[in-house]
Structure formats: C-alpha cells, structure tokens
Design a protein around this ligand. Structure first.
Ligand code: AMP
Ligand code: MN
Ligand code: ZN
Length: 812
C-alpha cells in the first residue's frame, strides 16, 4: 500500500541499524516490526481488541435501532465506517482487487461490499498461498480439470496452522502445508461411509459393561447391516420396504445405547473427596506410543481397563468428507501417552468400549461435546463416567475456558493451538503434529486433580459444585450424534441466517443450488464447503449468470465439483430465471441495506477488521485511536423510546423484498399463502393473486423440481426407460424382494410382511408414478403424500428414513 509505505518508513527507520540484506528484507516485509512474528503477535492482539469492541456494540434489533435514533451515534458510526472503508479500499487496490467500497452511490451497499471483501480475501489468500509455494520451491501451475478423486487434496488453510512459534520452525510449518499426497482415507474404510439422508443409527453391536442388554436390533447383524440403498429397487421403494421392516425396532434404533447405565450411574465417593494433585511426568520422560495395529490396540485396551482414570482427546477432519472423520485419538494415563491412528483402526476401535464404558474408570476430556458425537459416529464408542475439565473451568468461573488457558493456569505450559486446524489425515504423521496432539491429553489428569481441589475449596469443602460438574459431564456423555438431514426447508434455515434479501428468482436459484450441493456432497463424500462454499452460492444466486462462464466467474477459486458440473448448475440457474419475478411494494427504508441489517454490519465489520489486520500495519495504529464510544443517558434513552412508540405501529408488517413461495403453496395448488420473510422474522401474508398467476407459478415450480431431479437423466436421455421399469414394479401388489434377499435364504422371516395391524398398504394408484424414478425431490414429495396417507403422526424416527435420496448404486 503506497500511503502506508511512506508512513511506515519512519518506523522502520528504527531497525535500519545495519545494511545486512536479510534485515532489509525483513524491514520491507513488516515495517516497524522486528520480524514477521512480532507483527503477527501485534496484529492478533489488535484483532482481539477490535473483535471485543465490535462485540460490545449495541446488539441487533431493539438495542441497535434505539441507539441509531440518536444523531450522535449515527454520525460516529458513519465516520468510523468511512475510515474503515477507506482503509479497505486502499488495501484492495494495492492487491489489484475490485474496490468500490466507498462508493456510496451503489444501491446494493452492504451486500456488494461483503462480496467484495470475500472476493478480495480469496484473492489475497490465494496469492499468499502461491508466494508460500514459491518460497518453498514449488511452482503451482494451473491445474487441469479432473474428477474429484484425482484432485490433489486441499489443506485447510487457516492462520492457526501458519503461525510459527519461533523462526526456526518456519520451514517445518511449510512442509506441513505442502503435504499433498494425502490419499482419501475413506477409500480404505472397511465399512462404507453412510451419507444417505437418513437419521443416524448407533453402530454398536457388542455392549460391554451392560446393565441393560443391547436390544436385539443391534445384535441381529442382518437387520442392522442391510441398508435401504442395497435393495435392488428404486430408492424410494427401498426406503419404504426398509422402513416397514425396521418399524418394530424404531425405539431401540434411536435410543442412546448406554442411557440406562448413565441414568443409574452413581459418582463414587472417592472422586468427590479432595484429591492430592498428582504431578504430571515431564514430556521428555514419558513414553509415547503410536498405536496403529490391532494387537497394540488390544494391549492398550487391557492397560486402560486396569486404570482408575485416563485422559482422552480427538483430532478431526471435516473438509474433504461429508460427515467428517476422526483422525486421531489421544489417550494419556499418569504414566504414558498413546496416539491412536483412528483412520487405520477405524473398524477396530469399538473394542475400547470395554474401558470407555467401565463405570469404575474416570475418562477425563476437555470440551467433550464434539468428541462424544464423533466417537459414536465413527466407532460406536460411548463414554460412561466422564469428567469434562471444560465444565469444571466454567463452574470455577475462570476467565477463559480453553485448554490453552488451563494449561497456562495450572501447568504453566504455553501451548499454541497452531495445529488445531491442521490436516490430521496426513500419514505418516509428522513428529511435530504427534507432539502437539499429545499435549492435549498429557497434562489433563493433573488438571483434573487441580480443578477438583478448587471446586471443593470454592464451595467451602462442600461437594455440590463438584457434583454439578460430574452431572454436566454426564449430560454430555448422554449426547447423541445426529446426522445432517436434508429437508425441503433446509435452504431456508441457511438463507434466514444470512439475512439476505432475495427475490423469487434468486431464492429459487439458492434453493436449487443448495439441493445440488447437498446431493453432490453426499455422493462424493465431500463437505458442502468444499463442494460449493456458501458465499459463492450466494453470489451465483444473486447474479443469476446467463452463461456457464458467468457461474465460473462467481467463484474464485473455482471449486473442482463446480467446474465439473458447471453445465448442470447452469441449467439450475436457468430454471430459476424462469420463475415469475414477484415484485413487492418497495419501502425506501426497508430496502436500504445500509439501514436494515445491523447484524450483517457487525459481521462485516469483524471480517473487514480481520482482513485489514492481515494486510496493513498502519491500520492497527488507526484502530487504537478509535475505541472511544458514545454514551447516552438513561433519560435520553427513555425519551427516545417513548417517541419511538409513536412511530408507525405497522412497520413490522410492511413487506420487504424477501419473498418466497411457502411450502403450502408448493404442494397445494389452491393455496394462496405466500410467505414473506423480513429480516429474521417471518410473517405469513395472504396475497390474493389471480388464479392464472398462481397456476403459472405452480407449474413453473414443478418444472424446476423436475429439472433438479432429471438433469443427469436428461444428459443421458434414459429417463423414459427407467420410468417404465419402475412403473411395472410398483404395479405389483407386493414389492419384489431384492436379489440380495433372495440369496440370503437362511433368513426367511425377513421377507415376511410385517404384522397386519402395523401396516396399511399404500394406495399407489393415487400417486404419481414418476416419483419412483428414484430421484431427489420426487421422493420427498412422494413421502410427504405417503405420510399423510398413512396418518403418520411423527416424522422423527424411521419416518425420516424415507427421505433418503441416494439414487442407488448406479448413480455413484
Ligand atoms: P481440540 O479438541 O482442540 O484438539 O480440537 C479437536 C478438533 O476440533 C480439531 O482437530 C479440529 O478438527 C476441530 N477444531 C478445533 N477447533 C476448531 C476451530 N476453531 N475451528 C474449526 N475446527 C476446530
Ligand atoms: Mn478436544
Ligand atoms: Zn485435540
């Protein structure tokens, strides 16, 4: 940045004591700072205080609106906003990004600015990546378009795994980022990952330490292993058959397998009395074993079973997998550390349930919420007798509750969370990552001792507070993993969160893209963020590009799957463009984004600040001088509140530009209800529109649904055939059992129809047969109808199974 350069050159003069080339380079890099680390440290400090200040701003809603009614506050916000925008514009220009941050004439204001920031961040980070590559001697040429499997894996890039603690370790950090040959661990999994749009069912099949035996559903391998998508019939029908078969087990299937044991768990006296803290062994004198064979795992389990407590932590990867995958399990006893390769031993880890569910052994975690869910999801592991040091920290009212903080507080150990977001799939695991992972559990038993002492002292020796931590921990171990389920409403949840105002076409695009992304992410076993990041989805929806190239232009960098399927995406956008554009009465104030989304503003502000910190040292100085706040007297506030009462009382009912067709309107052609979303409040307004318009909207909607479902088919021109086959199948009174079932004749009871009173045959004559084409939305619709037909009350439990849309093996 030109202006900052001249400004900073006065600072950097301080360091220019010798003319060594290296020093000069350093000074050029971070003017005014000793080295890059000093700059980063300073920058992070400033980010933290800026974030704090930002969080201290009046809250969205009444509070903000109230403050905004004061001219002084408004002026202050505006002048500060201008300063920020100025800085940002400069940075963006410096990086050659589009920068119209300060152009107040642009109507789209905040929205567009937000996108500008996101784009610029992408450009800048991309450039940083290239420069780091170059520094490491790697030339990153343009990559050819390849199927997802052949893409070199991307590493989650964050500031955390880039921070070098000392300059000496810098090259090591680089090496990590360059670890490009990470095979997709999913390929090695003995059991295929189940991304189907069906609720999670516990993986457990043996229950050690059971007081109440495991229900027959889990011990019967046949019922458990058979998945709806394995039946050789269309997906919708397969789901239906599966649902009928598993109906009697529904309650068991979704219960917590250790609910009974946890409900009846009593905390032993010994852990409620004051312990003598047992000092941890120095890291260097502690044996650390890497466990990646079954034999070692069995030996470890035996060791653990003899202990009275051990500490556990997990490392996880979520970018190149739909549900996420646990990569490591770290365990520490008082004597030893163990790092388990959870990828290698994925299907064997269930044996640890013997120790993990033993009520006589305390398992100490820090912040176990996610860990508990990951253990269930990936290994069918449960924890009975958990102590969560995070809960202890909260009960003790410590200033901050992170593990770093406890380590500092109790062990005087400085740990940096710099590998927290590293790619834990890397194998062989670099030694520095092993060391990092090990730190997460090595000190935990000592901390467990210390917090128990403090919890008792805090409460004058009474066990109440300590007891409450045990109870909270138990609640965490009772948590059940739930799989993300796609429903026709899912996109709205995301859309509402973002508080973007979309017109009908944009919202349709958003809905179709959301469905495309969800389906593809499940199929390819990628995260939705990898498939199509939300900000890109927003941009495509907003711009509704006419050409496929326009879709590419909305994405920077272009996600591989977007590049691959750009033509399908283009069809979706086209569909959206064909939606009738519902115009809503414009209200100047309501539609002015500058004024109606304070929440978005705060969010943007934080992002802006982070961007700035990353780029400009001069900005830090400026920020520091801007922390004073306007204050208002209580009387002033009251007066204003009273005056505001007399403002238009119907303001909240004024429509905004956010309109979408409600679910009712979608499925019921006679419905006149259109839902209008205004900010995060959604009102139902009955719009009387002509029948003709309604029918047109309905027809167009149906077409758009079909298009989502049949893009692939259209390409393959095979839709007609499939429908025929399916139609003949559903015409039969009893669904044909699959080939697989025929083969497994040793279980004849499986093909028997379920008890009569629990099963009312569905009247297929009433349904649209094309729904059996095994595709996405059609199925949803089919089951919506079906549920109503069968008078099913709840859509939880097995009812949800019907929403599977994995279109069968052929599609994969
Ligand atoms: P930890 O318990 O701190 O070792 O974190 C366990 C796992 O949670 C890490 O391996 C990450 O995958 C994930 N994780 C931790 N912190 C974050 C964060 N701030 N953002 C995203 N993921 C995180
Ligand atoms: Mn953890
Ligand atoms: Zn960890």
């Amino acid at each position: 940045m030109d202006s900052s350069k001249s400004k900073d050159s006065t600072n950097s003069g301080l360091q220019e004591t010798n003319s060594d080339i290296n020093d000069e380079e350093k000074n050029d890099l971070c003017p005014g700072f000793k080295d890059a680390d000093a700059f980063v440290k300073y920058g992070l400090g400033a980010v933290l205080s800026a974030t704090k200040a930002s969080a201290g701003l009046p809250q969205t809603g009444d509070e903000y609106d109230f403050y905004r009614s004061f001219p002084g506050f408004q002026e202050f916000c505006e002048s500060q906003g201008d300063k920020l925008l100025h800085c940002m514009s400069q940075i963006m220009q410096h990086h050659g990004c589009r920068s119209r941050m300060r152009d107040r004439n642009k109507l789209t204001g905040l929205e567009e600015r937000f996108d500008l920031v996101v784009d610029s961040n992408d450009v800048i980070l991309e450039r940083v990546g290239i420069l780091l590559d170059e520094a490491d001697g790697v030339n990153r040429n343009q990559q050819p378009v390849m199927p997802a499997e052949f893409q070199p894996p991307k590493i989650v890039v964050s500031s955390w795994n880039r921070m070098g603690s000392s300059s000496g370790s810098r090259s090591e950090t680089f090496r990590l980022l360059q670890a490009k040959n990470i095979a997709r661990p999913q390929m090695k999994f003995k059991e295929k990952v189940d991304n189907s749009n069906t609720p999670f069912i516990p993986k457990i099949f043996i229950k050690p330490n059971a007081v109440k035996p495991l229900p027959s559903y889990f011990t019967n391998k046949q019922i458990r292993k058979e998945r709806p998508e394995d039946l050789d019939v269309p997906a919708a029908l397969a789901d239906f058959i599966h649902q009928q078969r598993t109906q009697e087990h529904v309650e068991d299937m979704f219960a917590h397998p250790y609910q009974y044991e946890l409900d009846h768990l009593t905390i032993q006296e010994s852990v409620l009395s004051k312990p003598e803290p047992q000092m941890y062994k120095p890291l260097t004198e502690t044996k650390c074993s890497f466990i990646d064979t079954l034999d070692d795992l069995v030996a470890l389990n035996e060791k653990l079973c003899k202990l009275s407590e051990f500490a556990v932590d997990l490392e996880h990867h979520s970018y190149r997998s739909f549900l996420g995958l646990t990569c490591l399990i770290q365990i520490s006893s008082r004597e030893e550390d163990f790092i388990i390769d959870a990828i290698e031993l994925r299907s064997e880890l269930y044996i640890l349930n013997e120790a993990f569910t033993d009520p006589a052994i305390v398992k100490v975690f820090h912040g176990a919420d996610s860990d508990i869910e990951w253990l269930q999801r990936d290994f069918g592991l449960y924890v009975v007798n958990l102590f969560d040091t995070h809960q202890a920290s909260r009960a003790l009212n410590l200033a901050r509750h992170s593990l770093d903080q406890l380590l500092k507080h109790f062990c005087n150990v400085n740990s940096e969370k710099r590998y927290q977001l590293a790619d834990w799939r890397i194998r062989p695991l670099p030694d520095e990552m092993v060391q990092y992972a090990r730190m997460d559990t090595h000190y935990l038993l000592y901390i467990y001792d210390c917090v128990r002492v403090q919890l008792l002292d805090f409460n004058h020796g009474q066990p109440g507070l300590l007891q409450s931590v045990w109870n909270k921990s138990k609640d965490i171990s009772l948590k059940k993993y739930t799989k993300p389920i796609f429903t026709e409403e899912s996109y709205l949840e995301l859309q509402r969160k973002q508080k973007r105002s979309f017109n009908t076409q944009q919202l349709t695009a958003f809905r179709l893209l959301f469905a495309w992304r969800d389906k593809l992410a499940r199929q390819e076993d990628e995260s939705t963020g990898f498939t199509l990041p939300t900000h890109m989805m927003n941009k495509i929806s907003e711009e509704l590009p006419k050409e496929p190239q326009g879709i590419i232009a909305c994405c920077n960098p272009v996600p591989p799957l977007v590049r691959q399927q750009v033509n399908e995406l283009h069809l979706l956008v086209q569909q959206a463009r064909e939606m009738p554009l519902l115009k809503v009465r414009k209200d100047g104030c309501q539609n002015d984004l500058q004024h109606c989304s304070p929440d978005g503003k705060l969010d943007t502000l934080i992002r802006l600040i982070i961007l700035l910190i990353l780029n400009s040292a001069s900005f830090l100085k400026e920020l520091e001088t801007q922390n004073d706040h306007e204050s208002l007297s209580v009387a002033q506030m009251k007066a204003r509140r009273i005056i505001e009462c007399f403002e238009n009382p119907f303001r909240m009912y004024l429509p905004s530009s956010d309109v979408h067709i409600s679910k009712n309107a979608k499925f019921d052609p006679s419905s006149k209800i259109f839902e209008v979303i205004k900010d995060n409040v959604s009102h139902c307004i009955i719009l009387l529109i002509s029948t003709e318009e309604r029918n047109q909207a309905k027809q167009s909607y149906q077409e758009s649904l079909q298009n989502v479902a049949t893009v692939r088919q259209q390409a393959a021109v095979s839709g007609g055939k499939k429908r025929e086959r399916v139609a003949s199948e559903v015409g039969e009174s009893t669904p044909k059992p699959s080939k697989k079932q025929m083969k497994s004749a040793e279980k004849p009871q499986k093909t028997e129809p379920p008890p009569k009173d629990s099963f009312k045959p569905f009247d297929y004559s009433q349904s649209d047969l094309k729904v059996f084409a095994g595709m996405y939305f059609d199925e949803l619709q089919f089951f919506t109808q079906q549920k109503t037909a069968r008078g099913q009350k709840s859509n939880s439990g097995a009812g949800n199974r019907s929403m599977s849309y994995m279109a069968g093996k052929s599609d994969r």
